[in-house]
Design a protein around this ligand. Structure first.
Ligand code: F6R
Length: 254
């Protein structure tokens, strides 16, 4: 796990964006795993500002709420369309279908699709409870794409996108931990003090189902990009581990 600590959230986003841009540029074909939520929004803005050529890139998103159609204003389909796809054309884009009549069958279909495509690079955020995608605490470490019940803390954290808490769906289809671990490379971005405890566990705890992101320690190609606030609870251990990159702060200029 290579850990980079940037000075500001914007710097962290620019580091992650630059890494992704480097990976997809000049390739003939690329499969990019994407996330929703607040964390990637600044990066998607950078894709747009740069008019990054993604015409050879197939995207696969991590998850979708069950019960929301692709047109629903709070669906992740709409989120991706409005934040990225409307302005940056991709070769093809895939998300689980939240209003599929049989969510279990849809999860199995999506797992096959993602496995067959083979993800070159997966972008991740992290939940305050340590979830990645919607693999909530307690999820089996070998989970494939599945239907999951969202924890109250996750619904509460995502309430800001909805009018009322009751409107936040209770279930989602999510790539599993094993699906994510199958990506060739993973870039996880975490910013803000709210993420500091989850980040500390991800980096310092022995892998445990209680903090799902700890599984990333077992992946050979993970880059974690943090701002100072998200790294605040593990600065000492990063230095002790001799993570050269983590002992200094990066400042990125446009
Ligand atoms: C989003 C996803 C989630 C988020 C996480 C952090 O597709 O799978 O795991 O990455 O909940 O959300 P934000 O970025 O809103 O703090």
């Amino acid at each position: 796990m290579n850990v980079l600590v940037a000075k500001t959230a914007n710097d962290a986003e620019r580091i992650a964006y630059t890494l992704i841009k480097e990976r997809i540029s000049g390739k003939h074909d690329f499969v990019l795993g994407l996330a929703t939520g607040s964390t990637p929004v600044g990066m998607y803005q950078m894709f747009k500002q740069d008019a990054l050529d993604c015409s050879h890139v197939t995207s696969v998103n991590l998850d979708e709420y069950i019960g929301l159609s692709p047109e629903h204003p709070q669906s992740y389909h709409r989120f991706m369309k409005e934040r990225l796809f409307d302005e940056v054309p991709f070769k093809q884009s895939h998300l689980p279908q939240g209003d599929a009549p049989d969510p279990q069958a849809e999860a199995a279909r999506y797992e096959d699709l993602v496995r067959n495509l083979g993800v070159d690079l997966q972008l991740l955020g992290i939940g305050e409870n340590g979830h990645i995608a919607f693999n909530e605490p307690g999820t089996a470490l070998d989970a494939k794409t599945h239907v999951t019940e969202l924890t109250e803390s996750t619904r509460e954290a995502n309430r800001r996108f909805f009018d009322r808490l009751e409107d936040v769906p209770t279930h989602a289809i999510t790539m599993g931990l094993d699906t994510i671990m199958n990506a060739r490379e993973i870039v996880l971005v975490a910013t803000g003090e709210r993420k500091a405890e989850a980040v500390q566990h991800m980096i310092e705890s022995v892998p445990t189902v209680d903090w799902p992101a700890t599984i990333l320690q077992a992946h050979p190609g993970v880059t974690v990009v943090l701002d100072g606030a998200a790294a605040s609870r593990c600065a000492e251990s990063l230095q002790a581990r001799g993570q050269e990159a983590a002992t200094r702060f990066f400042t990125i200029r446009d």
